[in-house]
Design a protein around this ligand. Structure first.
Ligand SMILES: NC(=O)c1ccc[n+]([C@@H]2O[C@H](COP(=O)([O-])OP(=O)(O)OC[C@H]3O[C@@H](n4cnc5c(N)ncnc54)[C@H](OP(=O)(O)O)[C@@H]3O)[C@@H](O)[C@H]2O)c1
Length: 277
C-alpha cells in the first residue's frame, strides 16, 4: 500500500491523548515524516515511548480542567510558532445505564470531550485564521451514526463534536483552513481498559452481554496504524470533510446501508449487533 505524504508546509502538530492508542499512532506517523509534535496525556510521564524521540514535546493536559487545558494549548502553540495541524483526539468512555450513572460523571464527560475540546479548537482556529492556513481534526466516532449501547454521554459528546466540525467546515470554506471530522470504527486500543463509570452489572444480563460484545469487537478490531494512515492521507488531501476509518463492514458497508434503510430497521439491527434484548 502506498504511504501517504504530507504537504511540505506541515511542520508542527498538536495531538491530544498521545499516551496510547490512536493518538500515539498519529504522533508516531507525524514524527516519522519530520513533523514536530506536541503530544499530551493527563500525566506527561505516561508519554513514555514518544517522549525520547527527537521532535516530540510532551505536555500534561487534562480535558476536565478547561482553563488549564486552554492555557497549556496556547503556550504550546506559541512555542511551536503556530500549529499547522491540530488533532483533538483525547477522549474516554463511561459504560452504564443512563438512569443509573452518577450525573456528575456524565456531565464531566460532555464538558471534557465537547466543551474543552471546542475551547482548544477555537484557539487553534484563531491561529489558523491569522496565518491563512491550518488543519483541524476532531476525532469523533462512528458512534455518531451507530450509537454505542450504555454510553450515552460518549454518544452525545461525539455527536456534538461532529456537529461542531460541520459548522466549522461551512464557516472556514475558501479560507485555506481544513476541518476533518474523523470517525473511527472499532480499533484495538486500551479504550475499554480505560472505561470509567462502569458499574458492576449485578444480575443485569443485558449490560453484561453488551459489554462482552463491545470488548470482543475491540479485541478483533484493526490496529491503530491503519487509522493513522487514513488520517495522514486525509490531511494530505487538504480538503474538509468527514473521514470514516476502520473495518470494511463498519466504515464502508454499514454507513451505506444506514443511508437507505429505515431507522426502525437500523435500530433493531444495532440491538442485534450488540446482543441486546
Ligand atoms: N478505539 C476505538 O475503537 C475508537 C473508536 C472510535 C473513536 N475513538 C476515539 O479515539 C480517541 C482515542 O481513543 P483510543 O481508542 O486511542 O483510546 P485510549 O487508548 O484510551 O487513549 C485515549 C487517550 O486520551 C487521553 N485521555 C483520556 N481522558 C482524558 C482526559 N480527561 N483529558 C485528557 N486526555 C485524556 C488518554 O491519556 P491518559 O489516560 O494517559 O491521560 C489517552 O492518551 C478517543 O477520542 C476515542 O473516543 C476510539
Amino acid at each position: 500500500m502506498s504511504q501517504p505524504t504530507l504537504p511540505a508546509q506541515v511542520r508542527t502538530a498538536f495531538v491530544s491523548g498521545a499516551s496510547g492508542g490512536l493518538g500515539q499512532a498519529f504522533a508516531t506517523v507525524l514524527l516519522g515524516r519530520g513533523v514536530s509534535v506536541w503530544g499530551t496525556a493527563r500525566d506527561a510521564t505516561r508519554l513514555g515511548t514518544l517522549a525520547g524521540r527527537p521532535g516530540f514535546h510532551p505536555l500534561s493536559l487534562d480535558l476536565a480542567s478547561t482553563d488549564a487545558a486552554a492555557a497549556t494549548f496556547a503556550r504550546a502553540d506559541a512555542e511551536a510558532g503556530g500549529f499547522d495541524v491540530v488533532i483533538q483526539n483525547a477522549g474516554y468512555g463511561l459504560f452504564a445505564r443512563f438512569a443509573d450513572l452518577d450525573e456528575t460523571l456524565w456531565e464531566e464527560q460532555i464538558r471534557s470531550m465537547l466543551f474543552t475540546t471546542a475551547r482548544l479548537s477555537r484557539l487553534a482556529l484563531r491561529g489558523f485564521r491569522s496565518r491563512g492556513r491550518g488543519c483541524l481534526v476532531h476525532v469523533s466516532s462512528l458512534a455518531v451514526e451507530f450509537p454505542l449501547p450504555f454510553q450515552s454521554g460518549y454518544n452525545v459528546a461525539k455527536a456534538g463534536l461532529s456537529a461542531l466540525s460541520e459548522s466549522l467546515m461551512v464557516e472556514t470554506r475558501g479560507r485555506g483552513i481544513v476541518v476533518i471530522d474523523f470517525r473511527p470504527g472499532d480499533y484495538n486500543t486500551g479504550f475499554n481498559l480505560a472505561m470509567r463509570g462502569r458499574l458492576e452489572p449485578r444480575g443485569d444480563e443485558e449490560l453484561t452481554r453488551a459489554w462482552k460484545r463491545i470488548d470482543d469487537l475491540l479485541a478483533a478490531a484493526p490496529t491503530p496504524d491503519r487509522a493513522a494512515r487514513d488520517l495522514l492521507r486525509a490531511i494530505g488531501r487538504g480538503r474538509s470533510g468527514v473521514v470514516r476509518s476502520g473495518s470494511f463492514f463498519q466504515a464502508r458497508l454499514a454507513p451505506m446501508l444506514a443511508a437507505i434503510a429505515p431507522a426502525s430497521w437500523l435500530r433493531a439491527s444495532l440491538a442485534r449487533y450488540f446482543d441486546l434484548r
